[in-house]
Every structure is written in structure tokens, then in C-alpha cells.
Design a protein. Structure first.
Length: 262
């Protein structure tokens, strides 16, 4: 099985991608690249079993409907400010992650700068040969490295940017130590993770892609599934799942065909 992870920025600069080949109870990082173009991401999607992308896949339904209404007839919902305005700022999955992890919510795709990478993702996905389901049931799945790191009981804050290089080094060393012998990454890959939080997040995204492929993430609640198809849904690993990632087990592809890991 091949999984990939993409830490998607608004442009190729600061976009990182990681490819992992899983076989025989081991996971070999075969590529860890920076400044990744859309064409390379599309290539990953075409050949990987699962690709985890760190970016919102959609916008809150209330916000999207309000923008559509405003564009159509100039009206805007009067309750946006005094009612539950979180429905205009946050997707259902953002609120679910917030509640699950008891921490601050992910960035708002409707009111923060994360909207620009989300637009890039939407444009990229719109050019794929087939429409990609946003709920993670197809090849692509939305991931959130901070949530995964927290679920796997690693340090999940304070490792971004060059000013926090020492904290990032401790985090990278902790993850590699916990992985033991099953995660194989060369010195160049380790060095890239140490020097770039983008590269490290891409590695984590590829690991979450594996967790999704082998059913080690939390299920989408049935009543949230319609929203997940429109807004996207963040795959959150199950507690205690990190050491289980390399274990070979049956998996299901997006067509529901049972496959055996290779």
C-alpha cells in the first residue's frame, strides 16, 4: 500500500508532500518533498491508495448558502451575528474536533486566511478526472496534523516556524522513537522534518492517511454525514492507534472491494 500526505499552502512554496510505502509490517518514506506543485499532487492522488491533505475541503453550509443567496438576490441572513454565528464560521467537522479534543477549534475557512489554501484545494480537486467525495471515502481524506498528534499523545503545539526548531526536534525524535523499527526514513528525510514544519506535517498527514485506509480513525456520525459530503470531514485517529499503523489488515477501497495490504 502507498499512502501520501500533503501539507497544502496557498501556493507551491511551503507546500510539502510525503510518500510512504507500507509492506511487511514496515513503512518506508520514499519521498519527502518541499515546494510541491499541483501537478505533483494530482500525480500522488492518481497512484496512492490514500492521500491525506491538510486543508479544509469545503466551507460551512450556512456560510456557502448565505454567499449564494447574497450573490443571487442581495440578501444576507439577519441571524449571522446574534444567533449561533459559529455555524457561519465553522464546519460541522471543526466543531466536532473542537468538542472531541477539548481545545481551540481549527482555523475558520470562512473568516481566516486558511481560505486561500482551501481555494487552491478546491481548484485542484475540481480538475481531477472524477469528482472526489469530501467525506474521505475516496482516495483523498482531510487531515489535521495537530489533532492526530494530540490523539497519538505527542506534543502537538509550539513546533511551527524556525523559532520553535528545538521543540520540533524533540517532537520528531519522540515520534521516531515511538515508531521504533517500523518507520523507515533516511537521514535526509529526518533533516527535512527537523528544518521544516511543513515537511513534518506532510509526514504526519501520510500516517493519518494510513490510519484512514485501515479503519483506525473515528467514524463520521450518521447524522453528520450529509454535512461531511458538502463541507469535508477531518479524519481523527483513534486513541492508541499509532503502534497499529503498520499492522497488515484487510482494507476497503472507495468502491467497497475488499483488498489485502501488500
Amino acid at each position: 500500500m502507498i499512502t501520501a500526505g500533503v501539507d497544502l499552502a496557498s501556493q507551491a512554496l511551503h507546500t510539502a508532500a510525503c510518500v510512504i510505502e507500507w509492506s511487511g509490517g514496515q513503512a518506508a518514506v520514499t519521498n519527502l518533498a518541499l515546494d510541491v506543485q499541483d501537478s505533483a499532487i494530482a500525480e500522488l492522488i492518481s497512484r496512492a491508495s490514500k492521500v491525506g491533505i491538510d486543508v479544509p475541503f469545503g466551507w460551512p453550509i450556512a456560510f456557502a448558502d448565505a454567499v449564494s443567496q447574497h450573490s443571487r438576490d442581495g440578501l444576507w441572513p439577519l441571524d449571522y451575528r446574534h444567533a449561533d454565528n459559529s455555524t457561519y464560521r465553522y464546519r460541522r467537522t471543526d466543531l466536532a474536533v473542537w468538542k472531541m479534543l477539548k481545545t481551540s477549534p481549527p482555523l475558520s475557512v470562512s473568516s481566516d486566511r486558511i481560505a486561500i489554501p482551501a481555494m487552491r484545494a478546491a481548484a485542484l480537486l475540481s480538475r481531477l478526472p472524477e469528482r472526489a467525495p469530501l467525506d474521505g471515502s475516496g482516495v483523498i481524506v482531510e487531515v489535521y496534523p495537530a489533532a492526530a498528534l494530540r490523539r497519538w499523545e505527542f506534543a502537538w503545539r509550539g513546533y511551527k516556524r524556525s523559532a520553535n526548531s528545538q521543540s520540533r526536534q524533540l517532537l520528531v525524535e519522540s515520534l521516531l522513537r515511538e515508531a521504533g523499527d517500523w518507520l523507515i526514513i533516511d537521514e535526509a528525510g529526518v533533516s527535512r522534518c527537523l528544518s521544516s514544519d511543513d515537511a513534518f506535517d506532510a509526514l504526519v498527514a501520510a500516517l493519518v492517511a494510513r490510519a484512514t485506509a485501515v479503519d483506525l480513525v473515528e467514524e463520521i456520525p450518521a447524522d453528520e454525514h450529509p454535512a461531511a459530503l458538502r463541507e469535508g470531514w477531518i479524519a481523527v485517529p483513534q486513541v492508541g492507534s499509532f503502534p497499529l499503523l503498520p499492522v497488515e489488515r484487510p482494507t476497503s477501497d472507495e468502491k467497497g472491494t475488499l483488498l489485502q495490504d501488500s
